[in-house]
Each structure stands twice: as structure tokens, then as C-alpha cells.
Design a protein around this ligand. Structure first.
Ligand SMILES: [Zn+2]
Ligand SMILES: [Zn+2]
Length: 287
């Protein structure tokens, strides 16, 4: 048996048995009769107990003192009214503990379910600033903002401003999207993301194509992005513009393109696939 294993049972079993047998043998040799020693006290000199163990003396002494203390306290409590008072206090403490644990459980449960539903904690959530340019109808802007709010709880619509003149690309009568983004970023503070909305055609350099017409642009990650309704189906432009906006906002938050057809993060690849997009797919967090 390992020395540590002695600790728990030594005094209760091994030593008691040893000394009972020893005492019994001594009694027997004296009288020749067997005695019941059940109720007789057993004397156990500490020095002998120590000699019987494989434990280091210091550790064993500690254990012995603890054991004797525990036994003494239990005996005192048993015969005292103090026990009732202490037990009542213990019960009250336990009850208090149970209430605390219950409250903690409720708190953990509520915070878990919040995360599961994808609702961002209000303090952590970024604020989306919707920056309409003067060409776009305020009603259309409100509809897009309402949809964005379903994914980002804090959305604020800013007063319309002119498209920056230096973003204008005269050869194609378009506005350069990267230039619009840098214009918007200048006024975007930490914990905010600005999305510019316009009806004008916007463009960016794509591979070898110097000026490629696009629906929207957002850097990954980024503080600003832009969406244009110019290339969208005029009958569904609000719904489609929201899908472009939520895609570009996704890029600003670090999301990459997704191969899933129904996903908002699907790459447009020069077309307009927004009608097929219905939501962020479950892969989004992995990208
Ligand atoms: Zn994209
Ligand atoms: Zn996806």
C-alpha cells in the first residue's frame, strides 16, 4: 500500500484493528478466555502509531493532529447546543450558496443563448453609419437601413452629402469606389463603420481591367464601404441594394467570399446574383 493511502484509513482501521488484536491477545494469554473489546477504550501511544506507518514523521504527525482535532470537535458539537446553532448557520450559508449558483447558472445560460442567436452585445457592437449621397432617395435609404439593422443592431442614417468630386472618373462617367471609401474613412471613428449609398455608377480596378463597373466595394477588414444601385434590377433595387450593402459590410468585418450560392458573401463575378442570396450561410464564421 502506498504511504498516502494510509492517511485516510490508518487511525480508523489499521491501527485500531492492530491494537484491538494486540489487546485481545494479551487478555487471552492472561485469562485464557475470549473477551469482547467492542466497548473498551483502546490506548494507542503516538510513538507506536508513528512506528507503524510508512509515512514521513512530520506528515504523519500533521494527519494525526488533524484527525484528533476533527474527532474532538465532532464530540464537542454532538453534546452541545452550539451544534444546532452552527448547523442552522451552515444551512443558511448553503441555501445562500444555492441561490448564488442558481443566479450564476441563469446568467451563463442567458449569455450563451444570446451568443447562439448571433445577437451582438450592445457594448461590443459596432455602429453602422449609413451615409447617403445626395443622388439617392431617402425612402430607399431608410428601407436598406432597416434591413441592415437586422444584422447590426446599431444603425444611424447620416445627412446626405455630395459625392466627392475627386472620385469622379470622367472617361466612363463613373465614380471610383476606392476613392469614395477613402473619403468616407476620413470621418469614421473607431467602433464605427460607414457605408456610402448611391445610385451612380461606381468602379474599381480588377486585374488587368483598369476601370471595371461594380455594385459595391469593401476592404477586408475596413472601416468604410460603398454600395451602388446603378447595376441592380430597378424593380427590386431596394432589396438588392441591401444585399450588396450587407456583403460589403461583411468584408469590412473580415468576411471573405463564400462558394455557397445562397450566401450573402457569394462573389458577384461580374454578374448580379443577389436574387439567389437569402442569408449568411453557416460557413461564414469559418472564412
Ligand atoms: Zn465581395
Ligand atoms: Zn457563405
Amino acid at each position: 500500500m502506498k504511504p498516502e493511502k494510509w492517511a485516510g484509513i490508518l487511525l480508523k482501521e489499521t491501527s485500531v484493528k492492530y491494537y484491538r488484536e494486540k489487546q485481545l491477545a494479551e487478555t487471552d494469554s492472561g485469562t485464557g478466555k475470549k473477551h469482547c473489546l467492542k466497548d473498551k477504550p483502546i490506548s494507542r501511544p503516538t510513538s507506536i502509531i508513528i512506528a507503524e506507518t510508512e509515512m514521513p514523521t512530520e506528515l504523519f504527525l500533521q494527519k494525526t493532529v488533524m484527525f484528533i482535532l476533527q474527532r474532538t470537535i465532532t464530540e464537542v458539537l454532538k453534546s452541545s447546543k452550539l451544534q444546532i446553532k452552527i448547523m442552522n448557520s451552515v444551512n443558511e450559508i448553503l441555501r445562500f450558496k444555492i441561490v448564488l449558483i442558481y443566479l450564476l447558472f441563469i446568467y451563463v445560460l442567458s449569455s450563451c443563448s444570446e451568443k447562439k442567436e448571433g445577437v451582438i452585445n450592445d457594448e461590443e457592437a459596432i455602429t453602422i453609419l449609413v451615409q447617403p449621397f445626395k443622388d439617392i432617395n431617402s425612402g430607399d435609404v431608410a428601407k436598406v437601413a432597416k434591413e441592415i439593422r437586422k444584422f447590426y443592431p446599431k444603425v444611424k442614417i447620416l445627412e446626405p452629402v455630395d459625392l466627392p468630386t475627386k472620385s469622379y472618373y470622367k472617361p466612363r462617367n463613373r465614380y471610383r469606389a476606392d476613392s469614395i471609401i477613402s473619403f468616407l474613412s476620413k470621418n469614421t471613428r473607431k467602433s464605427f463603420v460607414t457605408i456610402g449609398l448611391t445610385t451612380k455608377d461606381i468602379s474599381a480596378t480588377k486585374g488587368n481591367i483598369k476601370d471595371f463597373g461594380i455594385m459595391g466595394l469593401g476592404f477586408r477588414p475596413g472601416t468604410s464601404c460603398v454600395a451602388s444601385s446603378f447595376r441592380l434590377d430597378k424593380k427590386k433595387s431596394n432589396e438588392q441594394l441591401f444585399k450588396v450593402a450587407i456583403h460589403e459590410l461583411g468584408h469590412t468585418q473580415g468576411l471573405k467570399h463564400c462558394p455557397e450560392k445562397k450566401c450573402f458573401m457569394r462573389s458577384a463575378e461580374g454578374k448580379n446574383p443577389t436574387d439567389e442570396e437569402t442569408d449568411f450561410c453557416e460557413n461564414v464564421s469559418k472564412f
